[in-house]
Ligand binder design. Structure first.
Ligand code: NAD
Length: 357
């Protein structure tokens, strides 16, 4: 039966980059990919049309879909809306409604783009790591939280870092399964020298690892992990960590590669359904100018094929096509360093299309 894919272009550069990804999906449909593709509004554009950044119809289509491809949401126009109506609220709600607890953030440096990194080429060339971040628990969601006034009249802010064993177990299982499709190494990042939550995290990770004898599990404190990511990032394959540590480390890892226009991401539910999106935002400064790099969105389609649709063959085809386009010297403005041919968003999409087998 055809798998259902929902496209949510969103705001800013979202429609331009999702159009390029759609072209690729349509080409794969012609060569045997059995998918049913729908499209709906999300974010600011949805608010303008219906008064909600996540209309009921969009949520229903997302719940029915096997995979969602999101462009980006947000922009200056909606910055002053109340928090509940902001475009970004749609993302948080989609993550929680679809129970997307496992966030995969690869950081890959294509050798052709080694110059785009601020780090020395020998430190980053060949970098290919995956951060698996717990997305629905931890300090961002723990209760109690708030700002209160103490008896002395001073204000006090507080949040709660909490993880249950089952939450830790399922994110570790997610990371171990992903490591099986890679080199089989997982580094669990915590702060077990200070935090009880991390002591439990480490215990559970070690216990779960017993079910994956083929996986090599190591542990690292988060402060050291931050240093190692910048000093010797190629030592890592899969990193698994909590929500806040993952938030910070995945942005650090992204910057090792030099361009946020190249990096895809996935957020998965326990049943394998998922939402796929580039890591960047809606880039309102370049919206509608045919300048945005569509490769992160196209590579998000490759992740969708690999992790939800189990079509590694088509995922490989897309990743090879992107590598081939870079080999041919094609660059969008964000990754152009003076040589090769500079292309706009649409022409870059066409170049990837032409490089498919
Ligand atoms: P951003 O990622 O949109 O842009 C940061 C910088 O990177 C900008 O200079 C932008 O032009 C550039 N950039 C981003 N994507 C690019 C691409 N594909 N090709 C070339 N250059 C690219 O982050 P921001 O400026 O902090 O946020 C802009 C809006 O996006 C805000 O409303 C923010 O809330 C929203 N946002 C949405 C998401 C999401 O939808 N997942 C994520 C982050 C930010």
């Amino acid at each position: 039966m055809a798998k259902k894919i929902l496209l949510l272009p969103g705001d800013g550069i979202g429609p331009e980059i999702v159009t390029q990804a759609h072209k690729i999906l349509a080409a794969l449909q012609d060569t045997g990919l059995d998918v049913d593709i729908r499209q709906a509004d999300v974010g600011g554009v949805a608010y303008d049309h219906s008064g909600s950044p996540l209309p009921d119809d969009t949520l229903r289509l997302a719940q029915e879909a096997d995979a969602v491809l999101l462009g980006a949401v947000g922009g200056y126009k909606w910055d002053d809306l109340p928090v509940a109506d902001k475009p970004e609220k749609a993302l948080l709600r989609l993550r929680s409604e679809l129970q997307l607890f496992s966030n995969l953030r690869p950081a890959i440096l294509y050798p052709q783009l080694a110059d785009a990194s601020t780090l020395k080429p020998e430190v980053v060339t060949g970098l290919d790591l995956m951060i698996v971040r717990e997305l629905t628990g931890g300090i961002y969601f723990g209760q109690p939280r708030g700002i209160e006034e103490t008896a002395s009249g001073e204000r006090r802010g507080f949040n709660t870092l909490v993880y249950s064993e089952s939450e830790i177990e399922r994110i570790c299982r997610s990371a171990f399964s992903i490591a099986r499709k890679r080199s089989g190494r997982v580094c669990s990042v915590d702060k077990a020298n200070v935090l009880e939550v991390s002591i439990l995290w480490r215990e559970v990770a070690n216990r779960v690892a017993g079910d994956y004898p083929d996986i090599e599990l190591t542990h690292m404190y988060v402060d050291n992990a931050a240093m190692q990511l910048v000093k010797a990032p190629k030592q890592f394959d899969v990193i698994v960590t909590s929500n806040m540590f993952g938030d910070i480390l995945s942005d650090t890892a992204a910057m090792l590669t030099g361009s946020i226009g190249m990096l895809p991401s996935a957020s998965l539910a326990a049943d394998g359904k998922g939402m796929y999106e580039p890591i960047h935002g809606s880039a309102p400064d370049m919206a509608g100018q045919d300048q945005a790099n569509p490769l992160a969105t196209i590579l998000s389609v490759a992740m969708m094929l690999r992790y939800t649709l189990s079509r590694t063959d088509f995922a490989d085809q897309i990743e090879h096509a992107v590598a081939s386009v870079l080999d041919q010297g094609f660059r969008t403005a964000d990754i152009y360093t003076g040589s090769g041919t500079e292309l706009g968003t649409g022409a870059m999409g066409d170049a990837v299309l032409a490089a498919l087998p």
